[in-house]
Design a protein around this ligand. Structure first.
Ligand SMILES: [Zn+2]
Length: 346
């Protein structure tokens, strides 16, 4: 018989699930705060996967992705253990903010320490109680405030196990991203834990296509890991994703009011006009031009810009970029079909 999964003084027996509260530092108002951890402990042995969301407190698609994954029926027959943390940064969620009350970015504060800043303590808690008990991880993000991202996986593809999971997730674009100092991904990789970062949609908004693709992606990774039976019919892209090795931003050449005329997933060429910036005082109009050939994977939604603001995120591919754009379009059409408001993957 498999051993119970122990976390924060709670024992979760094999074949059962539980919700465990990890205590966090109180609010200044004396209000207690905790990190909710859903543990689904399978009857049979297998990997231990963590899935986390709202490390940035205003990035909410992942909270809904985790809710739907936990409602998936097949989860009850899983091999191994799923550790799902829908709200890592509760402080940020309360304030609809990316940051912690000490104005630090949690995803630049890993691995943290017991005696450090609030951000460092929260990072340390997450490492000790979650990451160190797991064999694999997926962290769910969205674009920053007023920025929206094409559903994409960011991962270190030079690691074979990570690359396998990145491909299995099933979104058309994978960005081979080096780890950033202080990020959860950097600390997990130091422990040898393969980890994916899913980026999709916008902060403070639910985006149905991003959510549905995220639910299917998490389930696909669990299938790849042998935690769930392989599916006869895999949803989403049927082929290998396109890998971008490089990406960069197109920035505002002037301050003013932005009309961004190009949609996410569009293929663009160098020098192509991607929109206009109008100065409401002088009446001057400036062109925003692409600085590279590639596919738009991120976009500013706010019309107000200052000179130098990042407007479009463009990924470069060695593949034929017409093919990439076609695959992205097919992916969107697939997930936009038959959307049910609380759609739960089978
Ligand atoms: Zn984020």
């Amino acid at each position: 018989m498999r051993k119970a999964f122990e976390i924060a003084g709670t024992r979760v027996a094999p074949g059962t699930r539980d919700l465990v509260d990890l205590p966090m530092p109180k609010l200044s108002s004396h209000t207690n705060l905790s990190m909710p951890v859903h543990v689904v402990h399978g009857r049979r042995d297998g990997p231990t996967l963590f899935v986390s969301a709202a490390v940035h407190g205003d990035e909410l698609n992942g909270v809904e992705i985790i809710r739907r994954v936990l409602a998936t029926k097949s989860i009850n027959r899983l091999k191994g253990t799923l550790v799902a943390v829908p709200v890592v940064n509760a402080y940020g969620v309360i304030h609809e903010s990316r940051y912690l009350p000490d104005r630090r970015d949690l995803n630049r504060s890993f691995p943290g320490s017991e005696q450090g800043s609030l951000a460092a303590r929260l990072a340390n808690l997450f490492m000790d109680e979650i990451v160190k008990r797991c064999t694999h991880g997926i962290d769910l993000h969205t674009g920053a405030i007023h920025r929206t991202n094409l559903p994409q996986i960011r991962a270190n593809l030079d690691d074979e196990d990570t690359a396998r999971l990145a491909h299995a997730f099933g979104v058309p674009v994978v960005l081979n991203a080096v780890v950033r100092d202080g990020s959860l991904r950097a600390s997990a990789s130091e422990l040898g834990i393969p980890m994916l970062l899913y980026e999709a949609g916008e902060a403070l908004r639910f985006d149905e296509v991003s959510i549905r693709a995220g639910v299917v992606g998490v389930v696909n990774v669990m299938r790849e890991l042998g935690m769930l039976p392989a599916s006869k019919r895999r949803r989403g892209v049927s082929r290998e994703p396109f890998v971008a090795r490089r990406s960069g931003w197109v920035r505002a050449p002037q301050s003013g009011m932005l009309s961004a005329t190009v949609a996410l997933g569009t293929r663009v060429s160098k020098g192509e006009t991607l929109g206009f910036i109008d100065d409401p005082y002088s009446g001057n109009r400036y062109q925003v031009q692409s600085n590279a050939e590639g596919v738009v994977i991120g976009k500013l939604e706010l019309p107000l810009v200052h000179e130098g603001d990042a407007i479009y995120h463009i990924a470069r591919f060695s593949d034929d970029i017409d093919e990439v754009a076609e695959e992205v379009e097919a992916f969107h059409a697939d997930y936009a079909d038959a959307v049910s408001p609380n759609g739960v993957a089978g």
